[in-house]
Write a protein that binds this ligand. Structure first.
Ligand code: FES
Ligand SMILES: [Fe+2]
Length: 364
């Protein structure tokens, strides 16, 4: 393996966060945008270090096109839609949704070589999945199954809007943040911290493209933000399970019940489900989509909004931490070797998934 994964067992060090020269796997599905972001007005979004133009055709279906005009590299995401075509905002070349050049007032005949790449794009639930790699390999059945998350069965409802942030950090730092939840007690001590994560046994399950981390806490005071939200201040049990679907989506369940020694012990108090989608934008920036859902007070939209806005600072704390690490990592010509702690085992497993997939693509 190109990554020094065995170091985890021996306490040695390895390169952080990925071996030099490795960026991101190309032949994968990633969330490109929220459905609500993509309209008839084209937008630009960098995905795996390439500009992409996203827009909708007259029939409402979405298109993801190379976001750079082949003539002078003007951004097509900052151009105009004419019918189903994009018209370059510089000299007016038009491109059809299949990427071929079309005639336009500026250019009556268009050379066949004047075309742009079109990316496979699939709309699922409230977001759009893009395949940045070889289109011939894009199989929509590889998109994480939204039924698996219970998104479609109605038992959970959204809290407020799905958050989108462009994060000034390489994507692997955001995954690391989600793989190692021991940061909850420190970085998020005033909101969702609670229970000693570092000392609670973490159970892991790794399959080919899923990595699950599971912890169960007993007899815990509810975290500062959750007590009032659940309307409960006795001791509780908390079950925290987070599953990573390679390469871009984490979903978690944070479930609270009354502690067994309390009146009504074992009673379900409520669960928060979350989706965090991470897409590499450039070598040093990422797209971060975060949705929160709840299975309690489902008709109470105001409570949903309260949860969304109450937990928004938590996301900003993660963005702050990863952004600061990126600053350090990108200013140093080479990042000193990493110190691996016991809590880094999940990070090691997760990073190995990336290193293997990238290594395989680099070998072709
Ligand atoms: S740059 Fe697009 S037509 Fe010239
Ligand atoms: Fe966090």
């Amino acid at each position: 393996l190109p990554i020094a994964f065995d170091a985890i067992a021996t306490g040695e060090t390895s390169m952080y966060p990925l071996p030099d020269g490795m960026f991101a796997p190309q032949n994968q599905w990633y969330v490109a945008a929220l459905s609500s972001e993509v309209t008839r007005q084209p937008m630009e979004r960098w995905i795996l270090n390439e500009p992409v133009a996203l827009y909708r055709k007259t029939d409402g279906s979405a298109v993801a096109m190379q976001g750079r005009c082949p003539h002078r590299h003007f951004p097509l995401g900052k151009s105009n839609v004419v019918g189903d075509n994009i018209e370059c905002g510089y000299h007016g070349l038009q491109f059809r949704p299949d990427g071929s050049g079309d005639s336009s007032p500026a250019q009556k005949t268009v050379p066949a070589s004047c075309r742009v790449k079109v990316f496979p794009l699939v709309e699922r639930w409230k977001w759009l999945w893009i395949w940045p790699g070889n289109p011939a390999l894009a199989d929509p059945s590889l998109i994480p199954d939204h039924d698996e998350f219970g998104l479609l069965n109605g038992s959970f409802v959204l809290c407020g809007d799905i958050a989108y942030n462009e994060v000034p950090a390489r994507y692997m730092l955001i995954h690391d943040n989600l793989f190692d939840l021991t940061h909850l007690n420190v970085l998020h001590r005033n909101s969702i911290g609670g229970g000693n994560l570092a000392e609670t046994k973490e159970q892991r399950n790794l399959t080919e493209n899923r990595l699950t981390s599971h912890r169960h806490f007993r007899d815990l005071a509810p975290p500062p933000f959750m007590g009032p939200v659940l309307g409960y201040n006795g001791l509780c049990d908390r079950d925290m399970k987070i599953t990573f679907c390679f390469p871009g989506l984490h979903y978690f369940f944070d479930t609270y019940s009354k502690a067994s020694g309390e009146p009504g012990g074992g009673e379900h108090l409520g669960a928060i489900m979350g989706f965090h989608c991470v897409t590499p934008a450039t070598h040093h920036t990422s797209h971060y989509f975060a949705a929160l859902l709840r299975d309690f007070a489902r008709d109470d939209a105001a409570l949903g909004q309260h949860i969304a806005s109450g937990l928004a600072p938590t996301l900003q704390e993660d963005i702050f931490a990863t952004g600061e690490i990126e600053k350090t990592a990108s200013r140093l010509s080479r990042l000193p070797a990493e110190i691996l702690l016991n809590s880094d085992t999940t990070c090691g497993l997760g990073r190995r998934m990336f290193a293997q997939a990238i290594g395989k693509e680099m070998a072709v």
